[in-house]
Design a binder for this molecule. Structure first.
Ligand code: SF4
Ligand code: SF4
Length: 56
């Protein structure tokens, strides 16, 4: 299981700074989570101002 960032992402970058395993990187118009690296901690969902990270 991993979190996934929806199209609601406004590319603010706040989640990437808070990810303990650096699974989040800037993608094409929004940020993306590497599902192989994500440890499902939920920190990005708590940080995001628009609720874009969702549990897949
Ligand atoms: Fe990183 Fe945790 Fe979000 Fe996964 S759930 S991308 S480990 S902050
Ligand atoms: Fe996108 Fe939310 Fe991450 Fe900001 S915190 S880059 S809006 S997923």
């Amino acid at each position: 299981m991993a979190y996934k960032i929806s199209d609601a992402c406004i590319a603010c970058g706040a989640c990437a700074d808070g990810c303990p395993v650096s699974a989040i990187s800037e993608g094409d118009g929004k940020y993306e989570i590497d599902p192989e690296v994500c440890i499902d901690c939920g920190a990005c969902a708590d940080t995001c101002p628009v609720g874009a990270p969702e549990q897949a």
